[in-house]
Write a protein that binds this ligand. Structure first.
Ligand SMILES: O=C(O)C(=O)C[C@@H](O)[C@H](O)[C@H](O)COP(=O)(O)O
Ligand SMILES: [Zn+2]
Length: 374
């Protein structure tokens, strides 16, 4: 077993490490004990529990930690008030004190829900993120965004609550269903599109190896985490640059809400893939980016088996006005005006707070009637 790659997140008093490598689940108990906790509560979902909970609890037992587990149903539907209440009750039953830790052991849904529960339990207890999906390893476990969804929109109730450690065990990715791995890959591509054209070019050549596993997969995860750590390190609370991490999400979140968070139709990473294709095509329409760049984005996402068009979502999602209504709840809205993340090219994304709503409506109409190709 080789030493893990360590990516620091430089946040002063809230600084922490992201450890990426093989065999980290087996060492979790040691890390929790080193953090000075006596008791640990694992929050996980049914799929992860079936495959890996025994390993994690054995590791906590070996380190003589009192431990318990709360298992929630898998899927975006668990990011709800109902499951938040349930998880908080379980943490209170387990008598988690302020010096103890919550272990968010799962994909993005578990990380966001357990992180949010930890942020409000006794006004804040530590959370260790142990992400088990590609999406969670490269994105949602890092940076402290936690929360739940409501009918009005995605992640509208939540808090910033940084983890005290992130342990990304790359072994667990081998048990991920293909569709989930692909969805996580959309967030990997995002980092190239934001500000690293070299990384995007590397992904175009090596994405097959990233899917297969091994050194290129670890490199892609570490590069993604380093990119996220750098952005979060300079704008923890999203007052500026951090909004870049929302590339593809203005459209993507509206689409997820439009299908009622039905993971059978659309999972988060797929929404982000369609959203990034739309963000580039919108940038072309606004005269900001070259059509060849938008085409490269679409081609790469398609090659990796990701959807790139609203029409790729099974069933109805509604018209342009419905999607714009959903976008009006986006957290980037300022004084009622939508903010988009647009691009001047691959690796040249920027925050655009001043896009006229009429342009967005016309673009969405064109996207929905199929007159945007690629
Ligand atoms: O960490 C961030 O900042 C992100 O925007 C990362 C996103 O990929 C992630 O989906 C995040 O949860 C979206 O945040 P939101 O504030 O737009 O709900
Ligand atoms: Zn995302």
């Amino acid at each position: 077993m080789s030493a893990p790659v360590i990516v620091p997140v430089a946040l002063g008093a809230r600084a922490y490490d992201i450890r990426i490598g093989s065999g980290l689940l087996q060492q979790l108990g040691r890390d929790v004990a080193a953090a000075g906790a006596r008791t640990a509560a694992v929050v996980t979902d049914e799929n992860v529990a079936r495959l890996h909970l025994d390993t994690v609890r054995a590791s906590l037992d070996d380190a003589h930690l009192i431990n318990s587990a709360a298992v929630i149903p898998s899927g975006e539907g668990s990011k709800s008030f109902k499951h938040l209440e349930e998880v908080c009750s379980r943490l209170l039953d387990a008598k988690i004190e302020r010096g103890d830790v919550v272990i968010a052991f799962g994909g993005g849904v578990v990380g966001d829900l357990a992180g949010f529960a930890a942020s409000i339990l006794r006004r804040g207890v530590r959370v260790i993120q142990v992400p088990t999906s590609l999406l969670a390893q490269v994105d949602s476990s890092v940076g402290g965004k936690t929360g739940i969804n409501t009918k009005a929109g995605k992640n509208l109730i939540g808090a910033f609550h940084q983890p005290s450690l992130v342990l990304a065990d790359t072994d667990v990715l081998d048990t991920l269903p293909d569709r989930e791995f692909r969805a996580g890959y959309a967030e990997v591509v995002k980092y190239g599109l934001i500000d690293d054209a070299g990384f995007f070019g590397w992904l175009e050549k090596h994405w097959g190896n990233v899917f297969q596993g091994g050194a290129d997969r670890t490199k892609a995860i570490a590069t993604s985490c380093a990119s996220k750590a750098s952005i979060v390190g300079r704008d923890e609370f999203e007052t500026g640059d951090r909004a870049l991490l929302n590339l593809g999400h203005t459209f993507g979140h509206a689409l997820e809400a439009a299908v009622g968070y039905d993971g059978a139709r659309l999972v988060h990473g797929e929404g982000v893939a369609i959203g990034m294709a739309l963000a580039f095509q919108f940038s072309v329409r606004l005269g900001l980016a070259a059509p060849e760049d938008a085409q490269r984005v679409v081609d790469h996402l398609k090659a990796a088996g990701l959807p790139t068009r609203i029409q790729d979502i099974p069933g109805e999602v509604g018209d342009a006005d419905r999607l714009l209504d959903l976008m009006a709840q986006d957290k980037k809205v300022k004084a009622g005006r939508l903010t988009f993340i647009l691009a001047r090219g691959i690796g040249r994304s920027f925050v655009a707070p001043d896009v006229p709503p009429q342009n967005a409506r016309e673009f969405l109409k064109a996207a929905l009637d199929g007159s945007i190709t690629g």
